[in-house]
Design a binder for this molecule. Sequence first.
Ligand SMILES: Nc1nc2c(ncn2[C@@H]2O[C@H](COP(=O)(O)OP(=O)(O)OP(=O)(O)O)[C@@H](O)[C@H]2O)c(=O)[nH]1
Ligand SMILES: [Mg+2]
Length: 346
Amino acid sequence: MLSTIFLLKGKNFHDLNQLDIYSYPEDIVRNNNKDFIEKIIFGHDQGMIREGFRSSQTVLRNHDINKKNQDNFIIGIPIPQKIDENNIYTISINSKMIIGLIFDEEDNPYDFKEIFEDLSYELINNEKCCSFEDELEIENLLITLFIDLRRYGDEILAKYPEVSFQPVGMFIKVFLFGIDESGKTSLVRRIKTGQFDDNFFAPTRKFDIKYVQKEKDFLAFWDIPGQISFREKWLKGIQDSNILVYMIDVANQLRFEESKQEFWNVINEEVTPEIPLLILGNKIDLINHSKDNNQKQLTRIENEIIDYFEFHKLRDREWNFLFTSVKTNYNIETVLNTIFSLTSHI
Ligand SMILES: Nc1nc2c(ncn2[C@@H]2O[C@H](COP(=O)(O)OP(=O)(O)OP(=O)(O)O)[C@@H](O)[C@H]2O)c(=O)[nH]1
Ligand SMILES: [Mg+2]
């Protein structure tokens, strides 16, 4: 099974400290295993990419570089390697970057040769989804390639036909957005680890993709940074989402207007109504103290929020509203179940 995809890009393949390393869903530099990356680069073509890079650096003049950017990217032939217990399959792009796949030991990378070449070419040159200059675009490219290759692996290379009647697992891209401090990162952490930390104050600073497995299904939570400076980039990460999840801090009414405007900015631009929407009214623990009339009070607050945010103006899109408390774990399991039921058609 394909376990990880990565991309190596840098000013100098001789100096690992100058390399930009992206990977999904696992972080391949987790254990500071530079040695592993060193082996991948060298094994890719016995060092040719390094030397080619060095010599082309000196001959390409500025206008040549600009011209090259407008042309199609040249996708190399996949090169298989065995490093430690893993099968690695790498291709180069313009002999300047390496995209690689890490398979489990028992997998045969050659099974993926055509699909790896075709999909890379399709995404990079036909759909022009990545110019390799923007971090978000690169992350998006990797997740798209990963998901498509995994699907291919699951569906086409099914090794055990006798169990093929079992449902094939789904990949669900969850686009989790909302203004800062609503609790998005806390939610993903709660789902992934079961933990909640009251003293957690670390605004998210990039599209943080966390990967959760639920039986045969895989959820890729795109935890979107909510601070103002990041909001204009929100739409960049939304493509290929299977569900949108919008989070509101229900205890902070002073920011309702801001939250409402940001919500509609996205929804008005996002033109695919078939993507369902789940709205989470988080931090309900801070306003719902009363034991009596609990359900009545919740229904009243829910109606007030729906009116204020004008969610009834959502036209064709299927949507649902849930109160949550990441802190007390209220409704967190229901969030997962609702995500699955809203995406059950994919
Ligand atoms: N009382 C309460 N606090 C919560 C809850 N969920 C999150 N918090 C707190 O709210 C604060 C902000 O949470 P984050 O998860 O960082 O918020 P975020 O939406 O990821 O913020 P950005 O990354 O800046 O967009 C943290 O101090 C959390 O501990 C909740 O359900 N109840
Ligand atoms: Mg966050």
